[in-house]
Design a protein around this ligand. Structure first.
Ligand code: ADP
Length: 671
């Protein structure tokens, strides 16, 4: 099946270099854009992580500040209570019970307070609450007491007493003055651990490990409800305590924000992967499409070149018979340009008027879906010249397998027709010459044959003259009976001679082959006299055997006579050296398998295998004066009639040549 061609096929699509260059640049822009997009995609999560880290750090700093403020506030509240108590102790000392009650209240208000001691001006303990007071102040407290005495201001000691297992303590030293004179002191001891535990809210302690550090960075108290800090987000803040350097250190238990579990990062990666994959798929698809396009272009160029180089005309028609495509060769065959053919519906400009009916009949078939796959017809060029063409037609099927029209290939067979005509003429000439040659060979016999009637005419006319003369001399009336008899005989003999001459003329003259219904009997009768003549000369007995009621054949009588004469002449010549009693020539006509067969059977020398090979070739002869054309012409003539010519050895010695012709129904004018 042939695919629907596209229009117009003639100019092949060019693929210039500039297009190639543009194509390679075309990729660069999307590639750069994709790279930029990927860079942004990668940068975004990194940036987000940075922002998150900064935010956490800032949050930690703010929280630390807040905790520091809280601690400071708690200590300040305690300071204030102690200062008030100190003033009361100097100015109007409460009873011991009232003092204890105040102490108790202070302890209730601030759990971090583990001990309060009131020292008199002599350094002795006047009253205390909480832990047992030691007579000797710890060294840091003493140092603070010295500075406080010198500056007359309350002071904190450096944290002390911390061991790796127990937290440290912090003292607040408040010197008391009465009328400007030292009047003892109040020393409050705080547990830094309780301070942390009580003041820092649980949620903060859950998220951060908190430590209080002394001047040498030793941990004096620690709270880490949520586990140790990770050292990622840390902050240090000094508590603003006069005389003491206590640093609040916070260390978040949070890790640095991780890149992967981040939702944004995840979605970005998924997006990027999806983008890269879909880009890859798109790229592959486009590459494939481009490759297919290039292949198609090449195919098209190849096909166009092929179609244009064809000498066979191509024509496509749709189902309505409208011409959809013609190639160059078709335009040349019909002598019309493409524009005058494509899109046109019958009757076409190249239809010759004398075959119009045939075209229309065939076109009706095309519309009905019945095509003649192969036929010969004639097209007409605009100058009137007729072009014999051979047309092949096939259904045209589209990509969906549906028939969309018809495709025809058209061959200009002018040359073939001319060659056939020439061949026919030469064959005719050859046959005529062969007939002449045959006649030449039998002319001596003819002369002999003609001699007889001529001699008979001569003697009959001489007899008639004698009768006339005798009557004149005798003065008797002429005997009309005798005269009529002689003249009648002379006329019959003259007719016989004329008959012979006419048959020779008929046989030899140049003529067109003419087929008609012929009986084999009439063919045999036609050559009987001549064969008989040859046979007699060669001392051969002729026997003719004909089956009864043989059907006629459709043939040219003269050609069949020529075949029979050739075969009988060969048969007689083959029996030249045969013993006299064996020289029998049989012509047998019979009927078999719808064919009429005629066999020429001789008892001659037979045909050697090497002779059989070249028997039917033109100019093949084993005879000194043979032309070698006889059997070649016989075979051509028989095949021209749709029959066959063959030979076989005669079982009794010799050869049988048989030709068979299709039998026709009897009737009509039989020759
Ligand atoms: P020609 O008779 O001029 O030689 P033909 O074509 O009639 O040419 O015959 C070719 C050759 O075939 C003859 O030369 C002969 O050798 C052989 N041949 C033909 N007919 C017979 C036959 N009946 N018996 C034997 N040989 C034959």
């Amino acid at each position: 099946m042939i695919k629907q061609p596209e229009q117009p096929p003639f100019p092949p699509p060019a693929a210039p270099r500039a297009t190639e260059r543009v194509r390679s640049w075309r990729w660069l822009v999307p590639v750069l854009l994709v790279l930029l997009f990927l860079a942004v995609l990668i940068w975004l999560p990194w940036q987000a992580r940075q922002m998150e880290a900064t935010e956490r750090q800032e949050q930690l700093i703010a929280d630390t500040l807040w905790v520091e403020q809280t601690l400071r506030f708690e200590l300040a509240r305690s300071e204030e209570a102690l200062t008030n108590l100190g003033a009361d102790l100097v100015n109007r000392p409460p009873s011991p019970t009232a003092l204890q009650a105040r102490f108790k209240q202070m302890f209730n208000n601030g759990h971090e307070l583990v001990r309060v001691v009131w020292y008199g001006p002599d350094g002795k303990v006047r009253a205390s609450h909480g832990l047992e007071p030691s007579t000797l102040l710890p060294a840091p407290t003493r140092l603070a007491a010295d500075v406080a005495a010198a500056t007359r201001r309350a002071r904190y000691s450096e944290p002390y007493g911390a061991t790796p297992t127990s937290p440290g303590l912090l003292d607040f030293y408040l010197p008391l003055y009465a009328d400007g004179q030292p009047a003892g002191s109040l020393v409050a001891t705080y547990s830094l651990q309780v301070l942390l535990d009580e003041t820092v809210p649980w949620w903060f302690a859950q998220d951060n490990a908190l430590s209080l550090l002394d001047r040498e960075d030793r941990t004096v108290a620690r709270r880490a409800a949520g586990g140790p800090g990770r050292g990622v987000y840390t902050h240090r803040r000094e508590l603003d305590l006069p005389g003491a350097l206590v640093v609040l250190s916070t260390d978040s238990v949070k890790r640095a924000p991780q890149l992967l579990p981040n939702l944004l990062v995840g979605s970005v990666i998924v997006l990027a992967l999806g983008l890269v994959l879909s880009l890859g798929a798109l790229w592959r698809h486009i590459s494939r499409t481009l490759a297919a396009e290039a292949a198609l272009r090449q195919q098209m160029a190849f096909r166009t070149a092929m179609e244009n180089s064809l000498i066979t005309g191509l024509r496509a028609r749709d189902l309505e018979g409208r011409v959809t495509y013609v190639n160059r060769a078709f335009c040349e065959i019909v002598g019309l340009p493409q524009e005058e053919l494509v899109g046109k519906k019958p009757p076409m400009a190249y239809w010759a008027p004398e075959v119009m009916a045939e075209y229309e009949e065939r076109f009706r078939g095309v519309l009905a879906g019945n095509i003649t796959p192969q036929f010969e017809t004639v097209f007409q060029r605009p100058d009137g010249v007729r072009v014999p063409v051979l047309v092949f037609e096939a259904p045209l099927v589209d990509a969906n397998g549906r028939q969309s029209g018809w495709m025809s290939s058209v061959q200009d067979i002018t040359d073939r027709k001319r060659a056939e005509e020439l061949n026919r003429q030469q064959q005719e000439k050859l046959e005529a010459s062969a007939r002449l040659a045959t006649m030449g060979e039998i002319s001596s016999m003819l002369a002999h044959e003609l001699n007889q009637p001529l001699a008979a005419i001569s003697s009959y006319t001489a007899g008639a003259l004698n009768v006339l003369e005798r009557s004149t001399q005798a003065g008797e009336p002429v005997n009309p009976g005798m005269l009529r008899h002689a003249l009648d005989q002379a006329r019959q003999q003259a007719q016989r001679a004329g008959q012979i001459i006419r048959s020779v003329h008929e046989f030899v003259k140049k003529r067109e082959p003419r087929r008609e219904l012929v009986t084999i009997r009439s063919v045999i009768d036609g050559v009987h006299a001549l064969v008989e003549l040859q046979a007699r000369q060669a001392n051969v007995v002729l026997r003719i055997e004909q089956a009864p009621q043989l059907p006629p054949v459709l043939a040219d009588r003269v050609l069949l006579e020529q075949v029979l004469l050739n075969l009988t002449r060969n048969a007689i010549e083959a029996m030249q050296d045969t013993r006299l009693e064996m020289r029998v020539l049989r012509i047998a006509a019979a009927q078999a398998d719808g064919q009429v067969t005629v066999s020429v059977i001789d008892r001659g020398h037979g045909i050697a295998p090497e002779v059989a090979a070249g028997l039917f070739s033109p100019f093949y002869s084993t005879k000194a004066e043979g032309m070698g054309m006889g059997l070649s012409i016989c075979r051509t003539a028989i095949e021209f009639h749709g029959g066959t010519l063959s030979h076989a050895p005669n079982p009794g010695g010799g050869t049988i040549f048989t030709f068979a012709l299709p039998a026709q129904a009897a009737g009509g004018a039989l020759g």
